[in-house]
Write a protein that binds this ligand. Structure first.
Ligand code: ACM
Length: 508
């Protein structure tokens, strides 16, 4: 049986096995040294063996080799061969070498993921694996606005994504309840916006911790995290929420709001009526914020939120109504669309692409923008029909803040819903009503961890795993190979890997 999650395209078992020992060398080239160092570090931590690097292929070794001839497997595909004499991972690009290494680790005993110098027979079964991903966007989202997660936790999240061959970390950095990214031009965003006085522990009836909550990432920390992610072939998509979910920003700079009144950073959950105004100075402010964000994050996409922007304040605001009239817009939905378009033009002029949640469709999608679909399928269809790229992130199958069991009394508090492992596994990002051409606009899928009721990283792990294992297979493995019984069989040993990694997963 193939032991690997997500299931590779081909796995051919052979006779025999390879054993690691102190004479094993890792053969690297300048292009594969980075992955070699990660592999060396993992082996050292788990086994105590200090493997040497070698640049010739004659040692009894693990060879990491760029092979341009394997470009048929794409930028992330790889070929892994294990026999008694050695291991060779080949790929057209370093990302493929990295994913080959991830598959290789899963061939060793689970304690290869462990923290201690474990005694074990460090052998891997002989086999040949040829593999490449189905989708190019394989992601996990983490909301650090509702609850701040310290830098080591964010790095651990990235490690866990990478272990599952996921390549996109959607970092939800700003919210009504907290602004978590240092912006040099606007220091009050964090000085004021990163702190709140209280935290809700239940929505209705409302209960609270009675304790303040705060935290933000400095730009230096963010650079460190971006570098950490890049070494693991994870691209970070930063999200700066606008024009809704921006109460923390408005608390810091009341001139961004519609009332001008000094508001506190929000302490209750839900959709809040407070939204940004549409003054030229506010547009400029948010574009300036995005300029600093662009400097920090090298990826193509910048997420601007765009979801859940109530139109109440704009309906009641003379300035907003005057803007609708002077721009010749049809109403508040058009005004939202106009707002998003100002950001889209700005990002495009800087060589980046905007992505936003389903609601950025209201009043028409900006040209070039990507859509992150969390609501119904109609939005996805509208987007792909007009040639826009989409990421599938629907509540029904990817909201990992939902309960994992119907027996909610015996689960830690969740926001609601019910999303068991099997249902995640059933997710199909390409809709049956899409033509093959439209299906090509589905970049992939991702899971979401909204943290209203997730106060620390142990609980993030509990909500994410093993559901993220299932989603990794949706994102990576071929549609025709997907089979829950096969996944479930492989999941048992995989949970031992998570256990060795110290992950607080939910036991099925
Ligand atoms: C969302 O869940 N409001 C994107």
């Amino acid at each position: 049986m193939c032991p690997i999650i997500p299931l590779p395209v081909t796995f051919t078992p052979l006779d025999g096995s390879f054993s690691l020992d102190s004479r094993t060398v890792i053969v690297v080239s300048p292009q594969t040294k980075g992955v070699g160092e990660l592999l060396r570090g993992r082996i050292k931590t788990a086994t105590g063996l200090s493997l040497k690097f070698d640049s010739s292929a004659d040692g009894k070794g693990i060879v990491l080799k760029i092979a341009p001839g394997l470009s048929r497997l794409g930028d992330e595909g790889y070929r892994l061969e294990v026999d008694a004499d050695g291991i060779i991972i080949q790929a057209a690009k370093p990302a493929g070498i990295f994913y080959g290494m991830q598959s290789l680790l899963q061939l060793f005993p689970a304690s290869i993921y462990g923290p201690a110098k474990t005694k074990a027979n460090w052998s891997a079964p002989a086999c040949i694996v040829e593999d490449h991903p189905r989708f190019k966007w394989r992601g996990g989202h983490l909301d650090v606005g509702r609850h701040f997660m310290p830098v080591p936790d964010v790095m651990r999240f990235i490690d866990l994504l990478a272990m599952h061959k996921m390549n996109t970390f959607h970092w939800h950095l700003t919210e009504d309840q907290g602004w978590r990214i240092e912006i040099k031009q606007y220091p009050k965003l964090t000085a004021i916006g990163s702190k709140r006085t209280n935290t809700m522990t239940n929505y209705s009836p409302a209960t609270y911790t009675g304790k303040p909550h705060e935290g933000f990432y400095t730009q230096a920390q963010i650079r460190e995290i971006v570098k950490y992610a890049a070494a693991r072939f994870v691209t970070i998509v930063p999200e700066i929420e606008m024009p809704g979910h921006a109460t923390a920003a408005i608390a810091a700079y009341p001139e961004l709001g519609n009332s001008g009144i000094q508001l506190p950073v929000a302490t209750t959950w839900g959709v809040i009526d407070t939204v940004l105004n549409t003054e030229p100075s506010t547009i400029k402010f948010m574009q300036n914020v995005l300029d600093e964000v662009i400097q920090l994050f090298p990826g193509q996409f910048i997420h601007i939120g765009g979801d859940e922007c109530p139109k109440k304040e704009w309906k009641e605001s003379k300035a907003a109504q005057d803007r609708i009239a002077s721009l010749g817009l049809k109403g508040e939905h058009d005004l939202q669309s106009w707002f998003i378009r100002q950001m889209d033009q700005h990002l495009t002029s800087r060589g980046r692409r905007l992505i936003g949640w389903s609601e950025i469709l209201e009043g028409g999608l900006a040209p070039g923008a990507g859509l992150m679909v969390w609501l119904g399928n109609e939005g996805a269809m509208e987007a792909v029909r007009s040639g826009h790229d989409v990421v599938m992130a629907q509540t029904t199958h990817t909201y990992f803040d939902f309960y994992q069991s119907r027996d909610t009394a015996n689960e830690p508090k969740a926001i609601g819903g019910f999303l068991p492992l099997e249902k995640v596994y059933e997710y199909e990002p390409i809709l049956p009503e899409m033509t093959p051409e439209q299906g090509k606009h589905v970049m992939g899928c991702q899971f979401q961890i909204w943290t209203e009721y997730i106060g620390d990283f142990k609980k993030v792990e509990y909500m994410a795993f093993p559901r993220a294992c299932a989603l990794s297979e949706v994102a990576w493995s071929r549609r025709s190979d997907r089979d829950f019984a096969s996944f479930n069989e492989r999941l048992g040993p995989h949970l031992s890997r998570l256990e060795a990694s110290g992950v607080n997963f939910r036991k099925p």
